[in-house]
Ligand binder design. Structure first.
Ligand SMILES: [Fe+2]
Length: 317
């Protein structure tokens, strides 16, 4: 495999086209994001973390417009622009938050925008549960009370694409975004038939999320889902009840994934794009070797429901 052109630092945002900004904002607010800026035709939503925004809606046909990733430096943007086939030049991001970006098309023609220098903002107050467990009772004299409310999304976690040529997609992402494999899942009886590829940012000794980009083999290419980290288990459950009470479309959860170990909950936005909440991910670093597993030891829930067909079929374009 070729050396990577650059290694991105983290996932930044999703950019979606949606025909109705009011409807988009209602869903995203119930999902636990907070409006940062809304213009006549665009909506920028943030979390409690320092990112200026994590989710961009552009008024128009419902489309997956781009996934954003943070580069480590502006020099990396120039390197990417110079060496990635078909990449744009380094351009100014003429939108709230500013910064610079390079646009490029992935193996299936989806736009990836690699950015640097986007503004950060002051963090928002967060509520965290203190849990008394069988092993430890740190909550002394304090009552546990969780008000009905949306989740508090903290940051974006990952993007997942369905792809017919999974080997080609993985190779493209490794070359252009510098991911390393955390775990590969193959067919039960054929170790060479790759079904799913979980990739993380390569930050050496530093521990990072188990995956920021995953690919699943599918007959159609498309966005399977995007994912956001919430504060903790109570936050995830409170957010679940809130989304349900507001009549949103629940797809799958609550459960705990096997690979990545996240506690998950999946919802569809008004146009069917799948948005995930998760908490409690595995974090890995360079000392952890990539693993290869058959489907029966990879793609399942440790507890909670198994994936419905509708989730496996999700491939938004
Ligand atoms: Fe996910």
């Amino acid at each position: 495999m070729q050396d990577p052109i650059i290694k991105v630092r983290d996932v930044a945002w999703i950019r979606l086209g949606s025909p109705d900004l009011d409807q988009a904002e209602r869903f995203l607010t119930d999902f636990g994001l907070v409006r940062q800026v809304r213009t006549e035709d665009r909506l920028y939503m943030r979390g409690t973390g320092e990112a200026h925004h994590l989710h961009i809606t552009e008024c128009g046909p419902d489309r997956v417009l781009a996934v954003g990733f943070h580069a480590d430096s502006e020099a990396d943007l120039h390197r990417l622009a110079a060496h990635a086939a078909g990449a744009s030049g380094v351009e100014d991001l003429n939108e709230p938050g500013g910064g610079k970006r390079v646009r490029l098309k992935d193996h299936n023609g989806f736009t990836m925008e690699v950015v640097h220098g986007v503004a950060t903002v002051a963090t928002l107050p967060e509520r965290h549960s203190v849990l008394n467990t069988g092993a430890d009772r740190p909550r002394l004299g304090q009552l546990q009370r969780i008000e009905p409310r949306p989740c508090q999304v903290k940051r974006m976690g990952h993007a997942v694409f369905s792809t017919p040529d999974i080997e080609g997609s993985v190779a493209w992402a490794h070359r252009h975004l510098g991911f390393v494999v955390s775990e590969h899942v193959h067919a039960e009886d054929n170790p060479d038939f790759l079904l799913a590829s979980f990739n993380r940012a390569d930050r050496g000794e530093e521990f990072v999320d188990h995956h920021i980009m995953m690919f699943g083999r599918h007959s159609r290419a498309g966005l399977n889902h995007i994912s956001y980290e919430v504060q903790d288990m109570d936050d995830l459950h409170a957010g679940h009840d809130w989304l349900k009470s507001q009549g949103h479309y629940h797809l799958w959860g609550i459960g705990r994934h096997l690979l990545g170990s996240q506690v998950f909950d999946y919802w569809k936005d008004p146009w069917g794009r799948v948005h995930e909440h998760w908490t409690d991910t595995d974090v890995l670093n360079a000392a952890v070797a990539p693993r290869k597993l058959p489907k029966s030891q990879g793609l399942k829930s440790q507890w909670g429901p198994q994936a419905p067909q509708e989730f496996r079929e999700a491939a938004s374009v």
